[in-house]
Design a protein around this ligand. Sequence first.
Ligand SMILES: [Mg+2]
Length: 184
Amino acid sequence: MCQNNVFLGAALDRSRAYGILGIVTKPPRPVLLLDVDGVLNVPRTGCEAVRLADGPYAWSFNPVEPALPFLRWAWTHFAVHWLTSWRNAANVIAGWAGLPKITALDADAGVSGDWKLEAVKRRFARRRCSVVWIEDGISPAALAWIGARPNFRYVETDPFKGLTTEHIRAAAEFAHVPEMGLGR
Ligand SMILES: [Mg+2]
């Protein structure tokens, strides 16, 4: 019996040392759902596009000014998921930024007729963590669905201007993560 208590005590010490109890109580990382066109990618006159890949899967990318620091900041502080018609091909942008590939959400249009909303519902409807969705316009059904969920925040960009520091600041504030340092 006494020996069992010794083993139990040692196991507890080990769990504390490895931070296991800390992991249990640590809040989950906030989620960032990220569109490409009209957010990161905005064609502008006088700006040359970045060619991200060759061959039949060539993608022309016109990164908005804060794209690179934003992506590095986002990958650090959020669990980021692509939510874009680029689907998995958006990972060429992650490669351009020197970041690891992430998952791209996908779904059928479903009852709402909006595949992005269906993808969000399927993956995050039961989650209680902060979820920030950055897009250049979502459907009325998506707006209504998000509006009923206080842990969700929709950040809307202008499709002709894309992501700005104000949008990034709004995402940081809602998710309670450090603001992006533009100088880095
Ligand atoms: Mg878009």
